[in-house]
Ligand binder design. Sequence first.
Ligand SMILES: [Zn+2]
Ligand SMILES: [Zn+2]
Length: 104
Amino acid sequence: MNKTRQYVECCEHGRQHATYVCQHVVQSLQDDVPRGFLSAEPEADDERPDSWCSACEEMVNKTGGEWNDESDEFAGVKLICGACYDRAKELNSGHTKKWWQLWK
Ligand SMILES: [Zn+2]
Ligand SMILES: [Zn+2]
């Protein structure tokens, strides 16, 4: 899949790079409850890969580490601005295990 870099107009941060996270990560920005933060392998020019919470990770692990309709629906991926993404990452990463650590 060839994703072109998109922009999003954030009411807090103005025009920013668009990033994709699961709805639970978005929720954590609203209620300040850390839910974990796991990321796809970053692409060369993308320092903000698609990310999701521990609950979504569990869903995906149940299906052998592959996203399917069920986990997709559960994640309810949302588009947020890069600055919000950074905040979410910081907020949630206390909880975070890197995806490659989950296999141990
Ligand atoms: Zn999630
Ligand atoms: Zn923002």
